[in-house]
Design a protein around this ligand. Structure first.
Ligand code: PBG
Length: 331
């Protein structure tokens, strides 16, 4: 690109001089419409339990869910993502609890759909909250078995759709799961249930606090590197997304967020599809602790989310959703 103009005729600082002119020329903005709030759910009654590894984030029992959903609705957050903290005695090698219509996610979906019409619900499809080994699929001879796993994931998806889930979000990184899921949904007349595929999910070191939050951290045997992407790769992300679009994904996720801005941009430039990014638990806790310890200020949250938008995200999953929505509203 040819640079037009030269100093001293040209002074780029002119349009940075005051707040109104900075607002006038700003290229990106953040609105509450861009936010997806993750919610952790747990068993029991009247429980709002702080998660140590994620300061400011709680696990809610079903009867206290309305407390947080109501806040999200009032702030006009369009979508919540549900994650269960399954007790150990309900976990096994096959993750069968994922298919129990009275599991935590199903109960939460029924509760939310009964009381709140204006907010969307999204659920992860993967077995890790339910398996005794902490993997996203079933474990056979030291590896996660792809083809058997996607049959279970399809059933899990159908169950979630039947319970009222609006967006099915496979986060397991098995091959071929999106088409299995689309097939079973269509066959059962859930033609309008959307699929947001975690198409580009890296085997990241930034998931630690989440695994603690859903109780899979100390369980995980081995590594997820045989199915989640290698963080050294970017070309492969294009193939992952192409494959999932062909199989019927309506939207795709890139995860984690900030260390992968180049990937978000690559996907946005290559495909005309909504790209959602996930500011994961590790990113959250680092920023949150940085603010707590006064190493960085609160506006770093805004900066981190605008960065994700600038790269090409249509919306972001973020544990800061409530805080930032409040802040945006008071502006
Ligand atoms: C599980 C899942 C993970 C996250 C969302 N869904 C963790 C993992 O793959 O181990 C991570 C979210 C976060 O760190 O905030 N399939």
């Amino acid at each position: 690109m040819k640079i037009l103009g030269k100093y001293p005729k040209l002074r780029l600082r002119r349009v940075r001089k005051s707040d109104w002119v900075r607002r006038l020329v700003s290229e990106n903005s953040l609105s509450t419409d861009d936010l997806i709030l993750p919610i952790f759910i747990r068993e029991g009654k009247n429980k709002i339990e702080p998660i140590k590894s994620m300061p400011g984030v709680n696990r809610y029992s079903i009867d206290r869910l309305s407390y947080v959903i109501e806040k999200a609705c009032n702030l006009k957050i369009p979508l919540v993502a549900l994650f269960p903290y399954t007790p150990d005695n309900k976990k096994n090698n096959y993750g069968t609890e994922s298919l129990n219509k009275n599991n935590l996610v199903c109960k939460a979906l029924r509760e939310i759909k009964k009381n709140f019409k204006e907010i969307g619900t999204m659920c992860d499809v993967a077995l890790d909250p339910y398996t005794s080994h902490g993997h996203d699929g079933i474990f056979v001879d030291g590896d996660v078995e792809n083809d058997k796993t996607i049959k279970i994931l399809a059933k899990q998806s159908l169950l979630q759709a039947q319970m009222g889930c609006d967006i099915i979000a496979p986060s397991d990184m098995m091959d071929g799961r999106v088409s299995e899921i689309r097939k079973i949904l269509d066959k059962n007349n859930f033609k309008n249930t959307k699929i947001l595929s975690y198409a580009v999910k890296y085997a990241s070191n930034f998931y630690g606090p989440f695994r603690d939050a859903v109780g899979s951290k100390n369980k995980l045997k081995g590594t997820k590197k045989t199915y989640q992407m290698d963080f050294k790769n970017s070309q492969e992300a294009i193939r992952e997304v192409a494959m999932d679009i062909n199989e019927g994904a309506d939207m795709v996720m890139v995860k984690p967020g900030m260390p992968y801005l180049d990937i978000i941009k690559t996907i946005k430039d290559n495909f005309k599809i909504p790209v959602i990014s996930y500011q994961v638990s590790g990113e959250y806790s680092i920023i949150k602790n940085g603010i707590k310890n006064k190493l960085i200020n609160e506006d770093s949250v805004l900066e981190s989310l605008i960065a994700l938008k600038r790269a090409g995200s249509s919306a972001m999953v973020t544990y800061f959703a409530l805080d930032i929505a409040k802040k945006l509203r008071s502006n």
